[in-house]
Design a protein around this ligand. Structure first.
Ligand code: NA7
Length: 895
């Protein structure tokens, strides 16, 4: 492998034209740029890094304000690509200071002799794609232009400081500093009156340091942040021991984790823990002094549900109030306008105690906004503050700023990156952009980036990109570009992921809300580092799905770009949590359920259900017996804690039939779903224990269902139910029984039914609809499992009977229906067909065709959290059927 150096090659490769020719140009010489240079060189590519600073470091070069430190532990905030490097460097603290991190990056640059390929003090002025040559041409602020095959933006997520946006800055006669552009020489603050604007991570780190020196410190705060102690010092022995025990395993776990630190998310939900247990977990997380611990280890719903989140937020608020002595200041410092974690929380050292110093003042800009900066200080709409120094800790044009704001990037056909991103950044995998061949971004918008340990993400990105360049070189391709379909699919997947988090509920730099006029939307990928890595790998294993590759056709020898390979498509079509569940099931490599036999399958399902989170509390759950078609049947009744209209009842009754292919399942298997729907609707759910096949074949389930309906109608008052028509609901085979029950009730003289909820119902006995073929395997409910269910329940001769194929029955005169179907379900099309046939027969029907979901999405409550939207709609439909208003009590899980 040639190890060509950019500066060495300049004379020959510039070919006298004054253009520096390299394979790859990289912008930035921070963590990402340095590792890229190293990998590119080892892969035999010529490369140059263009860096505007006069040394390596990137973010850590510029953010040299007092108190600047990393907020991921140094055991994790380190390169992992070379074990020898790991043993050659020892961090002195749990959270290293900026000078130490800068020394580390300098050490890395020297160790791998990277500086010779870095052009310091050089900014890219323009970047233009040359379609004929398949190369990028970069003009620079200093020195030769660069002509490269591949252009990689390793320019950082927080590199482009935001302008102050406050009137009169130029009028100020004192000193002005930006935390993101802190001077190299010492800033003397002793004896001075200092104003600091901004209380994000930078503000929270710098304020105590300034307050130690300044005569008076005045902090101008717009939004208080959640912060908790860093407990800095030596790296915790347990973390170090874990790393030392098996370094490879530790690093590998980090790579497949949620945030790039080897910690699995807590599995218990807040409502499964007592108040004392929750407090205990909180105290332990507090003692750990670790962002990732506090953000992931309290309880499973802390980052996905407002209720669970509020419990964590309250504990942090309590702590702030216990430290800050002045109640008004404490109140102002206590965040209330965003869920904990939706905005980057901060680690603090003496931050809150600083406000107990007599020479520190907090100005709450929510009460008195800044009007202007004057020659002598800062004027709010109530007061004037004369100061000698103003420090702006006002943040960055994050994630996109360093890409779009730095220089015009012109892609294929003159397409401008700023225009392409005018409505918000569009990327495929956060790595590439449609219309910009051979342009890659490291930790770009659409990648986990700032929601992860950046070093882990950087290594993954750099490895993925360089591996693609190697593969292209071997295959003879000279251009790679994301397809429009792939990019649109990624945007959808990003939105699906962020719907699972609370980030979208806060105005932050994650969403672009901190920059006036910037397009809004959650920019980092919220699906986690491990899942993201798996997706990137899958793109490769599926033949570079979503990419178009182009190269010269060797047969023409003309060098014209005519050889082309395009593997168009979307990499993730499943909802993110459905994907995780299905991957987990696939990893278990289970034998087909039907191979267990009916008894074995029942045992298996019971065991499987035992591993699922318990259902949520409702007012009351009681078991009883009702009269079935041929004898007593068990039922389980779920009573809401409050009445359907916020009163104590009586409540409307929903007669519910569980799923399980007429063979499996019971009240327990659908227990979480019944509880959830009981809570959401404020209705009684009575889950009927109908008899199963093969012991009891067709039409037992249907007849039991109808008999149960009659019995419940007759005993509605005893059950605490509201007089009047019942509602009927069911999932899967239970949806079949629900649909059949409605037909039987219509034909056999009642009882009256106000509405039917059919969730992924079986409605017909043919297996030739497209969904049976498209989803025959891989989505848990398989085609062969459905064949088996049908065989056990119903002889071929009976299958067209409307008591098992309700689609073949008379459909007029049935109660209004809500039919939910899932995209990746063999039963999808027959559910849709039933809804359409009902509508054609004049029955009012609402349909929900759930994108990216599988057969169990709605019933795996608290596992498939994205199923919540569907359940909200189902509950609303049931309440409409019952003539009730919308239920106030239950929020969406993710709101
Ligand atoms: P942040 O987190 O964006 O914080 C900037 C702070 O400055 C924040 O409190 C802002 O209030 C405040 N701000 C911004 N503009 C103004 C104006 N015009 N007036 C008053 N206050 C203003 O940046 P940091 O540098 O602290 O941290 C960035 C990341 O670096 C951090 O999250 C870590 O990942 C490392 P707002 O919240 O917008 O109301």
């Amino acid at each position: 492998m040639p190890h060509a150096s950019a500066s060495e090659t300049s004379a020959s490769e510039m070919g006298g034209s004054g253009v520096q020719e390299v394979d790859v140009a990289v912008v930035g010489a921070g963590f990402a740029g340095l590792y890229l240079l190293h990998r590119l060189r080892r892969a035999g590519f010529t490369a140059v890094a263009l860096e505007s600073a006069d040394d390596v470091g990137g973010t850590w070069y510029w953010n040299r304000y007092p108190g600047a430190r990393c907020d991921i532990q140094t055991t994790d905030y380190s390169y992992t690509f070379d074990p020898e490097l790991e043993s050659a460097w020892k961090w002195s603290e749990k959270y290293a200071t900026q000078p130490e991190i800068l020394r580390y990056l300098g050490f890395v640059a020297d160790r791998y002799d990277l500086r010779r390929d870095i052009r310091f003090g050089t900014q890219v002025a323009t970047a233009t794609w040359d379609e004929a040559a398949h190369r990028w041409l970069l003009t620079t602020s200093n020195g030769a232009p660069v002509c490269c095959r591949t252009y990689i933006m390793a320019s950082g997520c927080l590199s482009s400081p935001k302008p102050p946006e406050i009137e009169g800055v130029d009028d100020f006669k004192g000193e002005i500093y930006f935390t993101g552009r802190w001077p190299r020489e010492e800033v003397k603050l002793a004896g001075k009156r200092v104003a600091i604007i901004g209380t994000g991570s930078s503000g929270i780190q710098v304020i105590p340091m300034i307050a130690e020196q300044a005569a008076h410190t005045t902090v101008f705060q717009r939004t208080p942040n959640f912060a908790f102690p860093a407990h800095n010092g030596p790296s915790p022995v347990d973390r170090v021991a874990l790393l030392e025990k098996d370094r490879n395993d530790y690093r590998e776990q980090a790579r497949w984790s949620l945030a790039g630190v080897p910690l699995a998310r807590a599995t218990e939900f807040s409502w499964q823990l007592s108040e004392a247990e929750r407090r205990d977990r909180f105290e332990k997380a507090l003692a750990a002094g670790d962002l990732v611990v506090m953000l992931t280890q309290l309880w499973a719903d802390q980052g996905v549900e407002v209720e669970g989140n509020a419990l964590a937020a309250d504990l942090i608020r309590e702590r702030i109030r216990s430290i800050v002595k002045d109640p008004e200041t404490a109140d102002a410092l206590t965040p209330h306008d965003h869920p904990f974690g939706s905005k980057r929380p901060c680690l603090e050292t003496n931050y809150y105690t600083t406000y107990n110093q007599p020479n520190v003042t907090l100005v709450n800009l929510r009460q008195e906004p800044i009007k202007s900066i004057t020659a002598s200080g800062i004027k709010t709409d109530r007061r004037t503050f004369d100061v000698d120094v103003i420090v702006f800790a006002t943040g960055f044009d994050a994630m996109t700023g360093a890409i779009t704001a730095v220089h015009p990037i012109t892609g294929r056909g003159g397409k401008s990156m700023s225009d392409a991103w005018a409505g918000g950044p569009q990327t495929y995998l956060g790595l590439t952009v449609d219309g910009f061949p051979n342009l890659f971004m490291v930790t770009g918008p659409g990648s986990p980036s700032v929601l992860s340990n950046m070093v882990v993400s950087i290594e993954q990105h750099a490895d993925w990109v360089v591996d693609r360049l190697i593969a292209m070189r071997e295959a003879g391709f000279t251009a790679i570009e994301a397809t429009e379909t792939a990019q649109a699919g990624w945007a959808r997947h990003m939105a699906d992921c962020s719907a699972l988090t609370l980030h979208r509920l806060a105005n932050t730099w994650y969403t672009g809300a901190n920059v006036p006029g910037k397009a809004q939307g959650v920019m980092p990928y919220t699906g986690g580092v491990g899942p993201y890595r798996a997706i990137c790998n899958e793109v490769v294993s599926r033949g570079l799905l979503g990419f178009k590759l182009t190269g010269p056709n060797p047969s023409t020898g003309s060098g014209q770009a005519v050889a082309e390979q395009c593997n168009d498509g979307e990499i993730v079509r499943l909802q993110p949590d459905v994907r995780l569940v299905l991957n987990m099931l696939a990893d278990m490599n289970l034998p087909p359920l039907e191979s267990f036999g009916a008894e074995g399958a029942r045992d298996f399902v019971a065991q499987f259900n035992a591993t699922r989170p318990a259902g949520r509390p409702v007012g009351e759950v009681l078991d009883g017996m009702l009269d079935g078609a041929e004898g007593p049947l068990p039922y389980r009744l779920y009573r809401p804690a409050t009445g359907g209209d916020g009163e104590g009842g009586p409540h409307p009754i929903v007669v519910y039939f569980h799923g399980g292919g007429w063979v499996l399942g019971d009240a327990q298997s659908d227990d979480p779903f019944c509880r959830d729907m009981c809570r959401r609707t404020g209705m009684i759910f009575v889950s009927v224990g109908y008899r199963h096949a093969p012991e009891h074949r067709f039409p037992t389930a249907a007849e039991d269902g109808y008999a149960a309906l009659r019995w419940i109608a007759e005993h509605a008052a005893e059950l605490g139910g509201r007089p009047g028509p019942l509602l009927v609901a069911g999932w899967s085979a239970g949806g079949n029984i629900a649909a059949v029950t409605c037909q039987l009730a219509r034909d056999r003289g009642g009882p009256p039914i106000a509405g039917q909820l059919l969730v992924c119902p079986v409605t017909d006995c043919t297996f030739d609809r497209p969904s049976y073929n498209e989803n025959a395997t891989g989505y848990f409910l398989t085609r062969s499992l459905m064949y088996w269910f049908w065989d056990l329940y119903c002889s071929p001769a009976d299958r067209t009977d409307s008591r098992v194929s309700p689609l073949r029955g008379k459909l007029s005169g049935l109660p209004p229906a809500f039919v939910a179907t899932c995209e990746f379900d063999p039963l999808r099309d027959e559910g849709i067909a039933y809804a359409e046939a009902l509508a054609a027969a004049g029955v009012p029907v609402e349909q929900l065709q759930a994108r990216g979901h599988f057969h169990s999405s709605f019933t795996m409550v608290d596992v498939v959290l994205t199923g919540v939207d569907g359940r909200v709609k189902m509950a609303e439909a049931l309440r409409r059927f019952a003539g009730q208003g919308l239920q106030e009590a239950m929020p969406r899980a993710a709101e």
